[in-house]
Design a protein around this ligand. Structure first.
Ligand code: SIN
Length: 492
């Protein structure tokens, strides 16, 4: 497969963006760590390697700023968040360059991520004014019940590497909208974007100490230290189920409110009665957005026997049409995966599936090219005992299985500990709803390969997590319910 080299102008502009990253707003640290470009494996930046003690220092600053912030009006918080939205959009290209260079997604997807991220900020600027409350008479009519949603308190926000900006803003924005301060830890693989976002937030008027960014290679020390401190009242984490489970154990000590957006193993089901073109287009989006590196990516593709050959032919053609190359080339639609470990993991999954009887339709290997690349790959007739049938793939590899009946596919789709997302393609409305209801997941895309939407509650069930991000529900994650009762008697 051919490889697209970078456009000179985009590369130069992105180098300039990387050089512009300021760390003046971060706590100083004795040590630093390097950030690597997955497109070349070269070092592109260096940031303070904060210690757990420095995370506590950040919490102390955030706590003080948060006490004042919690007293501000919803309108004030909304206005500041609107100013943040405008600032992020003003710096859209710079942010996209940094996202792409540290994470590896193609430039067009980097720009889309900036818009998606900023849209969360704008959404929560608006939701800040809409905190829900309640006024109710007691059943006996002798008292009034007032319910309000108050800021939960200091939030610890741990973001993943796959959407360095969007996953940070969809945690920071609702925290600020609700009236909370936060200590944010971006992934050590992709911390530069969050550092820039926090800088722009301060420039837009967010109080300097309110959003603390801790950049560290000591993730476990960070969370253990902060979750042992009773000033922390909220943890939001996006990442793997084992880490989420550990964080919930740590959060249990001080009964900290937890939102966990964890692993996925999304089934994508194409029924015989699907519209073929719509199914192929949706499946490509569900599989290949972010190079397959999303927790909602179609992980197990189940195709009904009557449509299977036509679907697999069209889907394989669309997968093979991807332009693989450096993210700083405008034509590229598939960049590198996040690092060499990911390449080795994908290769092992593909080799295992083929050894156990799967048919390789396209791709299947890493191109002979520096950088962490993997070809867009389609595996057909994947046997149930292949590792890929039970593993979160997190890369540009599609694993296809065939099925006969609706009952059979529902059973197979639900045969997993995970319950984040699912996709169903059918033109039969009854089937669409019946199957969506039967699938044990937090989200279902019906004839739609894109679940992510700022206005929707994103999150999973079973081992895929608890809590929701986005929508009105996303704000509630940073609020706690307080209830007042007022005894009433007749007056004249
Ligand atoms: C993810 O968490 O991997 C996906 C996030 C999104 O699509 O918004």
């Amino acid at each position: 497969m051919s490889y697209f080299t970078p456009d000179a102008d985009l590369l130069a502009a992105s180098d300039k963006a990387l050089k512009s990253v300021s760390t003046a707003h971060l706590i100083k640290a004795a040590k630093s760590f390097n950030i690597t470009d997955p497109a070349t494996t070269e070092v592109i930046g260096s940031l303070p390697d904060h210690t757990p003690e420095q995370a506590l220092e950040a919490l102390t600053k955030a706590d003080a700023a948060g006490k004042l912030w919690a007293k501000t009006s919803p309108r004030h918080r909304g206005d500041i968040l609107h100013a943040v939205y405008a600032k992020l959009i003003e710096h859209k290209e710079t942010l996209a360059y940094i996202i792409c260079r540290e994470m590896g997604k193609p430039f067009a997807e980097g720009l889309a991520e900036v818009q998606y991220s900023a849209d969360y900020v704008r959404w929560f600027a608006e939701e800040a004014l809409r905190a829900q409350g309640l006024y109710r008479d007691s059943p006996a009519g002798d008292a009034t019940i007032l319910v309000r949603r108050a800021p939960v308190g200091n939030a610890v926000l741990i973001a993943p590497w796959n959407f360095p900006m969007a996953m940070a803003t969809r945690k920071i924005a609702p925290a600020l909208a609700a009236g909370c301060a936060c200590v944010v830890k971006p992934a050590a693989l992709t911390p530069l974007t969050t550092v820039v976002v926090a800088d722009l937030m301060i420039q837009a008027g967010v109080p300097a100490d309110l959003v603390q960014v801790i950049t560290t290679t000591n993730s476990s020390g960070f969370s253990a230290t902060l979750l042992a401190d009773d000033r922390v009242r909220k943890i939001s984490f996006t990442g793997s189920t084992p880490v989420g489970s550990k964080l919930m154990e740590l959060a249990a000590k001080n009964i900290v409110k937890s939102s966990m957006e964890l692993g996925g193993n999304a089934p994508l089901i194409v029924f015989d009665d699907a519209d073929l073109d719509r199914a192929i287009e949706g499946a490509i989006l569900a599989k290949m957005r972010n190079g397959g590196q999303t927790c909602v990516a179609a992980n197990r593709m189940f195709v009904q026997e009557g449509i299977a050959d036509a679907f697999i032919e069209g889907f394989t053609k669309a997968m093979a049409a991807h332009k693989l190359g450096h993210p700083m080339n405008k034509e590229v639609t598939l960049g590198p995966v996040v690092d060499d470990r990911a390449v080795a993991r994908l290769q092992a999954l593909v080799d295992d599936a083929v050894a156990k009887g799967a048919t390789l339709r396209t791709g299947g290997k890493s191109p002979d090219q520096p950088g962490s690349y993997f070809e867009p790959t389609v595996l057909d007739n994947v046997p149930a005992n292949a590792d890929i049938a039970v593993t979160e793939i997190f890369g540009p590899v599609a694993s296809i299985m065939r099925f006969k009946t609706q009952a059979e596919v529902i059973e197979r789709a639900n045969d997993t500990e995970f319950g984040l997302a699912a996709f169903v393609f059918t033109e039969n409305l009854d089937r669409a709803i019946n199957v969506a209801e039967a699938l044990e997941t937090g989200m279902v895309g019906i004839n739609n390969g894109l679940l992510s939407n700022i206005a929707a509650p994103f999150g999973g069930v079973k081992a895929s997590g608890t809590g929701r991000e986005g929508g009105a529900e996303g704000l509630e994650e940073y609020q706690e319910i307080r209830y007042f009762t007022m005894k009433r008697r007749e007056t004249t």
